[in-house]
Design a protein around this ligand. Structure first.
Ligand code: NAD
Length: 495
């Protein structure tokens, strides 16, 4: 009998009429849990619960909020094995990567807890005597969060921990592909002592997400997902009034390999970057931009190693590549490869779905390598699957043009032994994240995460700026002179 879960609202578990099943992508007949397919009314209830809890939470000193977040990180760390197994079962990530997903939440919790003892603003000398001038950060109130399935524990943690530290109440709408991961994440926070109503989780498809975007009681919306959905969320939110909307969207990340690169290192990086998480990371290496002098050798070595990757059940430690999230994703990916070939790309490896023994009904796409010209559509569009498109160039300048000519700007990598070339690339790549001699994936919590151009709208998650996203700056003047002092006037009288 499959467990049924409710929406988590005001500390209670509430059902909402119709339901949907979350399934194991490696075994789609296996239901992981049944969840409410919520509508706007559940979001309304969740916003009311968050607003009420937030009023009390705002009174809690920031270091005490941090202590609670540290305890939550400890609970997640203690439950890491169980949570990683759930991520593998519900989102199809292989176990080691699922462990990384959970660890990111632990790291985020600890990092944010540390920020609770750090500065929240700046002080400046006032131009008038006996007057203080400083900034601090105030909560927004209720913040809405809409998250994707591919980092089902990490991404909620990137948003929830800084938002809590900033003193907000939260309504989280996790992906319909990974609702139990969000449920367990919220449970860990409850176990750590989070007051009821501060973190409300509303399940469902697009409707509750859209309701969060337009609810007048939600002061800020933080969205991570695809570009088309992000555009919808932003325009819906803006249609009802000015609102802070942060968008973390897709990528078309490139790894540049120059002629002098350590090819063994580049080979390992390309394989992990392109086929890790079956290519379903926003930072996955989707393009290999390689110097013509080493292209043939590198491509044939990648194809040989990629052909040997073992597809299978993500919970089996011997599996290298798990399933894609569902059948529709598999069909979309294969159709993109077919179109690339029709447009003139050369299929070096893979390009089709494959049945995997013991995983009946799961959609597995063979690791795929294409060689293409820059104009082919797959060289510019996010695939979100295990497909690496190789583009050949004859110089760093040409490589930079290729990296920058797409609409996305999330992550880019350069492999070279020449420090001058490496740092020229760092300067020239128009992306939010740059790696030198490492693949396009592998971000760490203390640095900001996000991208340029259509990848986002200028916000960054994680890092020291994380808390800024979920708070508003307040300028404070305290006059303790006991008399009326006039800025700009007292000290600079008219001549
Ligand atoms: P998606 O856009 O399909 O869904 C994201 C979330 O939006 C889900 O919770 C979904 O239910 C919800 N949603 C759907 N329609 C909605 C609507 N009309 N209004 C409000 N919410 C709605 O994305 P996905 O398939 O879950 O995730 C994959 C995408 O996310 C990829 O494009 C990937 O690059 C991107 N991503 C970006 C980052 C980043 O930090 N930049 C991180 C991870 C994933």
């Amino acid at each position: 009998m499959t467990a049924a879960y409710g929406n988590r609202i005001g500390g209670a578990s509430l059902s909402a009429g119709t339901t949907f099943d979350s399934v194991n992508p490696a075994h789609p007949t296996e239901v992981v849990g049944t969840f409410p397919d919520s509508d706007a009314s559940a979001v309304g209830d969740a916003v009311a619960a968050a607003a009420e809890a937030q009023r009390r939470w705002a009174e809690v000193p920031v270091p005490a909020r941090g202590d609670l977040i540290a305890r939550a990180a400890d609970v997640i760390a203690a439950r890491k094995g169980e949570l990683a197994r759930l991520v593998a079962t519900e989102a199809g990530k292989i176990l080691v990567e699922a462990g990384g997903d959970v660890q990111e939440a632990v790291d985020m919790g600890r990092f944010v807890a540390g920020q609770s003892r750090g500065p929240l603003g700046t002080t400046v000398p006032s131009e008038l005597g006996r007057k203080m001038a400083y900034t601090t950060r105030a909560p927004i109130g209720v913040v809405g969060m809409i998250t994707p399935w591919n980092f089902p524990v990490a991404i909620p943690s990137w948003k929830v921990f800084p938002a809590l530290l900033a003193g907000n109440g939260i309504v989280l709408k996790p992906s319909e592909h990974a609702p139990l991961c969000a449920e367990r994440f919220a449970e860990c926070l409850e176990e750590a002592g989070l007051p009821a109503g501060l973190l409300n989780v509303v399940h469902g498809h697009g409707d509750p997400g859209a309701a969060i975007a337009t609810h007048p009681g939600v002061g800020a919306v933080s969205f991570t997902g695809s570009v088309p959905t992000g555009r919808k969320v932003a325009s819906a939110a803006m249609a009802v009034g000015p609102k802070v909307v942060s968008l973390e969207l897709g990528g078309k990340n490139a790894m540049v390999v120059l002629a002098d690169a350590d090819l063994d290192l580049a080979l390992d990086g390309a394989l992990f970057g392109a086929f890790g998480t079956a290519g379903q990371r926003c930072t996955s290496t989707s393009r290999l931009v390689v110097h013509e002098a080493v292209a043939d050798e590198l491509v044939s070595r990648i194809a040989e190693r990629a052909a040997a990757l073992r597809l299978g059940d993500p919970t089996d430690p011997a599996t290298d590549v798990g399933p894609v999230i569902d059948r529709w994703a598999g069909e979309r990916i294969v159709a993109m490869v077919d179109r690339a070939v029709a447009e003139g790309a050369e299929l070096v490896l893979g390009g089709s779905a494959v049945d995997v023994d013991g995983c009946e009904g799961g959609t597995f796409v063979r690791p795929t390598v294409l060689r293409a010209e820059r104009e082919v559509s797959i060289a510019r569009t996010e695939v979100f699957g295990p497909v690496l498109t190789v583009l050949t160039v004859s110089s760093l300048d040409e490589a930079v043009d290729v990296v920058n000519e797409v609409e996305y700007g999330l992550s880019a990598a350069v492999y070279t032994r020449d420090v001058n070339e490496a740092l020229r690339a760092v300067d020239a790549f128009d992306t939010g994240i740059v790696y030198v001699n490492a693949p396009t994936i592998g971000a760490e919590i203390p640095l900001p995460f996000g991208g340029t151009k259509h990848t986002g709208n200028g916000f960054r998650e994680a890092g020291a700026r994380g808390i800024e996203q979920f708070s508003q700056v307040k300028a404070v003047y305290v006059d303790y002179s006991g008399r009326l002092q006039k800025a700009q006037i007292d000290t600079n009288p008219l001549p």
